[in-house]
Design a binder for this molecule. Structure first.
Ligand code: GLC
Ligand code: CA
Length: 549
């Protein structure tokens, strides 16, 4: 495998609205991020994925862009963006921009033009269809944020297509002009020295609306190959596609270097395991470790030699990891560290979402409005109208609303958690007095310092980056264990995913292994032995002493 700088990198995702507010208007901004670069350097990350900071009416908090080549005034200026890129580079940190090109904002000049007349030169930048004879929408396709995917536009008497809110009209990727405009814009950003792109819902751009195909459309991979050739292909950058529809085989298509598409994709198979198969995320389903191990093992295996995995527990669209997979109460610290260890020793590039490194948790707000999220609100309305009770819907929101991840970052125990001098745009999680960066930095046993260790180990041990993955104790319902091996380097990782003591009887090939304790969340461990008693959420990694094995 040809080595790449992003193979041993760790990425940190910033949701700018909620990260740090420098000017006290209640909304996070670029100056706030620049002020926290030293903190991120201490953590040890190499890349920042910046959720969108472009000019936007903020119908979907910036995932609705009205000018790709300018910064939203509430976040700052282009000059500050350039300063952020430069200041990050001084600390060996690269910036990934969020490329949101499945759709634009309805306030983008292209759309403003497109809706003026049927023969406007920009008309074909978007997807327009005539009503059915009774005036209704062209077909039954649904938006991801609730309601029809078609919106009637009275000026020209046609419907336009939108897979997200009606203020996010889908671009028509079958139009070569759209492709060229996007390529031009990408090159403009690459020339500014960014480290690459995270590509929003990129699996939707090959859609064939008339055949009802949205994800994995027939033109998807050719479009990405053309994009690669026209933009980042010749540059040494990281590209990661958001692909809810990817299977491991499809992920290989995206990430096989010879195909010249992307570095890697985000897959969500492990995430959707806790969603009801029919009803989706609003009807949560219990986490089953055996299913999870099956999914992770499959992805590790299929992308073992060709292609590359991305590794993550959460992002700005998902609940907080420790609330979802750990114990946000009694064992918050132990379980957050365990989850970090379980993920960071896998093969792939790990992503940390802001606040994960201090174990921030989900929040329980009384009203859906407090979640400040187009999706939660849209689906709340739709499902209540369809007869779901308020209580049931709120349980879904507590478990899975995107708002859980978007409450402002906890910097210290002062008012507004040190996030802002003013009134934050979104309510803060009341537990910030206990869970915050200042406290974590002061405590050598904190979750933060555990993450720091994991990031450092990835740089020191090629086996963590390139080693083969072998599952251990496969059928165990509470323990996720695996081995990594590269030449004579071997690492065994053991994670108790439960709040109970677990008595393990180790199989013959694991008994009596010993070595160096790399990381642990109770005392250090350097031998396995025949019987092992794991504490609640205990987790550790041992670099085996190959002399004794
Ligand atoms: C992606 C983003 C999400 C956004 C949606 C529409 O899923 O991660 O936040 O709402 O695309 O752009
Ligand atoms: Ca601000």
């Amino acid at each position: 495998m040809e080595t790449k700088w992003w193979h041993n990198a760790v990425v940190y995702q910033i949701y700018p609205r909620s990260f740090a507010d420098a000017n006290g208007d209640g909304t996070g901004d670029l100056a706030g991020i620049i002020g926290k670069l030293d903190y991120l350097q201490t953590l040890g990350i190499n890349v920042i994925w910046l959720s969108p900071v472009f000019r936007s009416p903020m119908d979907d908090n910036g995932y609705d862009i009205s000018d790709y080549c300018d910064i939203a005034p509430e976040f700052g200026t282009l000059a500050e963006m350039e300063m952020l890129i430069a200041e990050a580079a001084r600390r060996d940190i690269r910036i990934l921009m969020d490329l949101v090109v499945n759709h634009t904002s309805d306030e983008h000049p292209w759309f403003i033009e497109a809706r003026k007349s049927r023969d406007n030169p920009y008309r074909d930048y978007y997807i327009w269809r005539a009503p059915r004879t009774d005036g209704s929408a062209p077909d039954e396709q649904r938006s991801n944020f609730g309601g029809s995917a078609w919106e009637f536009d009275a000026t020209t008497g046609e419907y336009y297509f939108h897979l997200f809110s009606k203020r996010q009209p889908d671009l028509n990727w079958a139009n070569p002009q759209v492709q060229q405009e996007v390529h031009r814009m990408m090159n403009w950003w690459l020339d500014k020295g960014i480290g690459g792109f995270r590509m929003d819902v990129i699996d939707l751009i090959g859609k064939d609306v008339d055949r009802g195909i949205t994800s994995n459309g027939p033109r998807l991979h050719p479009l990405l190959q053309e994009m690669n050739a026209a933009t980042f292909g010749a540059r040494d950058v990281l590209t990661v596609g958001e692909t809810w529809s990817a299977t491991p085989e499809i992920a290989k298509l995206y990430s096989e270097p010879a195909r010249r598409e992307l570095s890697m994709v985000f897959q969500f198979e492990h995430i959707t395991l806790t969603w009801d198969p029919q009803d989706g995320k609003w009807t949560p389903r219990a986490f089953d470790l055996r299913e999870f191990k099956g999914v992770i093992g499959k992805w590790q295996k299929v992308l073992a030699d060709i292609g590359w995995n991305s590794l993550f527990w959460n992002n700005h669209d998902l609940p907080r990891a420790v609330s979802k997979y750990g114990d946000p109460g009694r064992y918050r610290i132990e379980s957050a560290k365990m989850l970090a260890t379980a993920l960071h020793f896998l093969k792939g590039t790990p992503y940390i979402y802001q606040g994960e490194e201090i174990g921030m948790t989900n929040v329980r707000f009384e009203s859906v409005e407090d979640y400040q999220d187009a999706e939660s609100l849209g689906l709340y309305r739709e499902r209540i109208a369809a007869g779901v009770s308020h209580e049931a819907m709120m349980e879904g929101i507590y478990a899975n609303s995107r708002g859980n991840a978007r409450t402002p970052m906890h910097w210290d125990a002062s008012e507004h958690a040190g996030f802002s001098h003013g009134k934050p745009w979104m309510k803060i999680n009341p537990n910030y007095r206990e869970i915050n960066v200042a406290a974590a930095l002061d405590d050598p046993g904190s979750i933060f310092h555990h993450y720091r260790t994991l990031i450092r180990l990835r740089k020191e041990y090629p086996v963590i980056v390139y080693g083969d993955y072998r599952p251990l104790l496969d059928a165990h319902p509470q323990v996720f264990a695996y081995e990594r091996q590269l030449g004579d380097q071997r690492i065994v990782v053991i994670n108790n995913f439960s709040g109970q003591l677990v008595e393990l009887e180790l199989p013959a090939d694991l008994r009596d292994l010993a070595g160096e304790s790399l990381v642990s969340n109770y005392g250090p461990r350097n031998v396995l032995g025949q019987h092992l008693t794991l504490q609640p959420y205990e987790s550790f990694a041992i670099a085996l002493d190959t002399q004794t094995t």
